[in-house]
Structure formats: C-alpha cells, structure tokens
Design a protein around this ligand. Sequence first.
Ligand code: ACO
Length: 373
Amino acid sequence: MSETKKSGGLAGVVAGQTAISTVGKEGVGLTYRGYSIDELAVEASFEEVAYLLIYGRLPERQELAGYRDRLRSMRGLSAALKSVLELLPAETNPMDVLRTGCSTLGCLEPEGKLRDAFQAADRLLASLPSMLLYWWHFSRDGQRLETQTDDASIAAQFLHLLKGKPADEMHVRALDASLILYAEHEFNASTFSARITASTLSDFHSAITSGIGTLRGPLHGGANEEAMALIERFKTPEEAEAGLMAMLARKELIMGFGHRVYKISDPRSGVIKNWARKLAVASGDARIYPISERIEAVMWREKMMFPNLDFYSAAAYHFCGIPTPLFTPLFVIVRTSGWAAHIMEQRENNRLIRPTADYFGPEPRPFVPIDKR
Ligand code: ACO
C-alpha cells in the first residue's frame, strides 16, 4: 500500500505548525493557547476567548471592556449589504447567506489601507450574526431588522435578534459556553482551507469564505443539523434504539459521532452535554434529551463510538429555541475567531501550501487529433 493510501484524507499527517491550539494531545485534550477548554468553558466568556485567539493573549479587564465595546459598535449593516441580503430567497441555505455576506463585506469594506486583518476580523465577528438574522427575518416576513443592538455579548445579540426580545439569561450562558467550545480546533478541514487560501497571499475575506464553504458539509460543521434531524425522527428512547440498530445494520453514518483525531472521547462533549441536560430540565423536556442519551448509549454499546461536540450541541441549541437550519451558521460565526487566528499565524511565517499527489492515471501516450480518432 502506498504512503498516500495509508494516510487517506491526510489522516495523521502533520501539515504545518501552530501555537494556537492542541487537539487530542495526550494528557491535555483541547487547549487554546495553553488554556484548557474545560476551564475556559466554565470561567471565561466567548469574547475573552476570541481575544485570546486573535490577539494572542488573555485581555486585561479594561482591554476586554474595550473589545466588547468595539464589537458592539460594529454590528450595523450598510444599505448596500442589506440590499444584497434582501435579494437572497428564503429557501437559500443559511450557510450560503453567510458565505455571500462575508464575500460582500470583502467588496464593500476590503482589507487594505483602511482596515487591517484585526479590524476585518472584529467586523466580521460582530456583523455575521446581524447578516444572518437580517436575512432570516427579511426573507420570511419582510421585516427590516435593526441589528445595532446594545446586547453585552454575541450570544445575547444572536438570541435577541432571532427572537425579537432580550434573551433568557440561561440560554445566553449556554450559548456562550457552546461558542467557546466551537471557537477553535487546530487543523480541521475548514481551518486548513482558510490557511491554504491565506498562504497564496489572498485577502482576509477570501480566506474566511473558503472556511465557510468547507464547514458547510455534513462531515464537518453540518453534522449538528443532521444530528438534530436524527433525534427528532424518534418519539421515544425505545423507538430511537430500534431505529439506530436498523441504521447501523445498513452501515449508515450516525451524525454527531466519531472523530478524526479524538479516539476515546471528545473533550468538548461533556461540557455541552451538561448544558443540554440543564436546559432540558428547565424546559420540562421528556423526549429530546432522553432520546439523545439513548442514542449515545447504543453507539457506545454497538460501535464503541462517542458523541462529538455536534451531537449534544443539537439538543442544547434546540432547547434555546434556535431553529435547526441556523445551527451550522452559528458554528461559522464563532469559528471566525479561530479562522482569523490561523490566517494571521499563516501570514506570519508564510509558505505557499502546495502538496503533491500520487499519480495513478494512464502512462504517457500520443495525442490523436479529433478527426483521426
Ligand atoms: N457512524 C457510524 N459509523 C462511523 C461513524 C459514524 N458517525 N464514523 C465513523 N464510522 C465508521 C466508518 O464507517 C468506518 O467504518 P469501516 O472501517 O467499517 O469502514 C470507521 O468507523 C472509521 O471511520 P472513518 O470514516 O475512516 O473515520 P474518519 O476519521 O475518516 O472520519 C468523521 C471522521 C468524518 C468525523 C466520521 O466519524 C463521521 O463521518 N462522523 C459523522 C459526521 C460528524 O459527526 N462530523 C462532525 C465532526 S466534529 C465537528 O466538525 C465539530
């Protein structure tokens, strides 16, 4: 077997260096710039984590307040951006809306003389929720949302814009924890894609747009939506067990399970599972959470597979009242912080990312002109 076949999908291949995060490193699990995700998800806020990732160190109290103010001031959308969003039909995949919104922002407010990469990153983090929810409401009921809200955090802003009223505090805290868990994950597919684009010395918005396109697929970011669809298919844990056994017999993929790097568990899953449980109790749920737990148990018993971050995020988002088609877009909004950090890191010590391929096509042969074939 050739080396390439052994490492299909670049599994196990070290494709570069990073000082941003460790994934699955023995004894440390997931860390962002050396800080454990377990501590960050409980003790920090998403804005603090975004600052850590993008600016390279934890902010002081004053710096964090300034960063929050800066993000808050950048939530508004220009008339030109709104008019592009208004053209996108209600049936558009919301991931395509964000991809288009990011690309449009790159035309209207390009990185360059007026804006450096840090400003572009801040602006995108602050305005992606605005773009998504402006389009969401306009395409459904023609409502032109005021996106420049006063909410203290991105989690609160997102829920406020979604529901049209200030959000429930528990939902804000759960969403904030989930944003921390989703913020960064080393050389995952979308981050690698963003780094490849950055390595050609392309602009910031093009690199983020590459990341969004890559995250869209169900083997990556799209798995949280697929996990919700799976859970909602069943009415009881018993029905879920029978359904799952049938799916496994047909060798179907169960979304929200498995991971390329983690082999024993996903260190993010326990944190979001706790939130899903708390939210289930608070909302009086007697179906979604028990079904989720039964699916987890069956996957462990039958395949020794564990839930990844996407699986219990589905239930947690559901209990926060977030519609399923917005699950993966939320992932985009938050992962923009990780992508931004990687784009900047790639630029600091850049070399074009251009691997080679193992050729298995025909041997060299003469070309026969079309009228002689
Ligand atoms: N359900 C059922 N079987 C699975 C699953 C699953 N979720 N994941 C892997 N397997 C099986 C495969 O079919 C394969 O079986 P085989 O050896 O009999 O062919 C074996 O386990 C190894 O799987 P690979 O596909 O080689 O694992 P890989 O490392 O390539 O894929 C991936 C990892 C893409 C995450 C995979 O586990 C998967 O498709 N999971 C479902 C999608 C998902 O949840 N994605 C989210 C990833 S995390 C994130 O983005 C936050």
